[in-house]
Design a binder for this molecule. Structure first.
Ligand code: SAM
Length: 315
């Protein structure tokens, strides 16, 4: 079974690790994962590019060619360079040993140049060859240059809008597939709708504020997207629950956006009407859950500053 590697950014490492595993399992429920610090090795029939494309916090990814004990490569290892004109070698050192990385990269480049016609190109190579050191194992792998994904656009910024990365992460944590539908019952400017559509997931947004609905619609239009936006209280979701597969939302904080009532009351009521058998990822201000009564499968806490810690709850 092919193995891929994903080096994750250390911001939100637990979330990033769970995200990559959730994506891998969404494509192939038999996928297996091994986590070594911020390196995740996935064994799955899914191509690494498919997984990397959906993920939010991946810095480097590629396919593993083999595990290796030393630094010795032979011609068989560099078949990946067969059709490449250019390559570069990169060392990722996750072990506790100190290496002279530039020196090692350049000697690996020299070694490979003996077997291959490809030339070294540091800026924009066709193939990047990786040697990843960990305390127990070393991995030899590669990645190929790919097109940079087009991000959804928004013409204006609003103070209460959610960071697109956390939104995308929540969609991925509940494993929504291309062709499925997500509902955001507090859609605001439509961040969830934009992220979902950019991954081929349909979306329905609700917001009780007419102005927010207009902004969300304008943002969708700007990207040529077609998600539905309904001016409605969040309770409407119980009436349309057969239309969606999961809920991803960011509840009112009681600061910069309008709220129909106290955010704490909204959280309580919203939680009590969540449809069963739907996948749910919700974000709310931690302090609003006064008696820690809001529970699900997993909770993550994201510290922003001393008066704001966000909770992401997966249900
Ligand atoms: C924190 S904001 C959501 C921000 C959104 N994720 C974004 O990126 O723009 C919360 C939203 O909930 C809406 N809202 C407040 N009370 C509501 C209610 N009772 N029903 C539906 N929407 C409500 C507000 O208008 C606001 O747009």
């Amino acid at each position: 079974m092919p193995e891929s590697f994903f080096i994750l950014s250390k911001d939100y490492l637990e979330l990033a690790t769970d995200e990559i595993i959730a994506i891998a399992k969404m494509y192939d429920r038999f996928a297996k994962a091994k986590v070594i610090s911020n390196l995740v090795i996935i064994q799955s029939k899914t191509n690494w590019k498919e997984i990397a494309k959906r993920a939010t916090f991946v810095k480097i990814s590629g396919q593993i060619l083999r595990k290796m004990s030393g630094l010795f490569l032979d011609e068989g290892n560099i078949g990946v360079l067969k059709n490449a004109k250019t390559f570069v070698c990169r060392i990722v050192n996750l072990s506790s040993n100190q290496f002279n990385v530039p020196e090692l990269e350049s000697s690996m480049g020299d070694m490979i140049s003996k077997f291959s016609h490809a030339k070294v190109n540091l800026e924009n190579p066709d193939v990047t060859v990786y040697l990843i050191f960990t305390n127990n194992e070393n991995f030899f792998g590669f990645s190929k240059r790919d097109k940079v994904a087009i991000r959804p656009k928004k013409s204006k910024k609003y103070p209460h809008e959610l960071d697109w990365k956390l939104t995308r992460l929540m969609i991925n944590l509940i494993g929504l597939k291309k062709g499925e539908t997500v509902c955001d019952p507090f859609c605001g400017t439509g961040t969830t709708l934009l992220e979902a559509e950019s991954m081929g997931i349909h979306a329905i947004g609700l917001d009780f504020d007419e102005k927010m609905c207009e902004i969300a619609k304008a943002n969708l239009k700007e990207n040529g997207y077609h998600s539905e936006v309904l001016k409605s209280e969040f309770q409407e979701l119980t009436k349309i629950s057969e239309k969606f597969d999961g809920i991803v939302t960011d509840l009112p904080y009681g600061t910069s956006s309008k709220a129909s009532e106290k955010p704490q009351e909204i959280l309580k009521k919203f939680f009590s009407i969540l449809p069963k058998r739907k996948r749910v990822a919700i974000m709310y201000k931690k302090e609003l859950d006064v008696n820690s009564k809001i529970n699900g499968l997993k909770k993550y806490h994201i510290y922003r500053h001393k008066s704001l810690t966000r909770t992401i709850l997966i249900k």
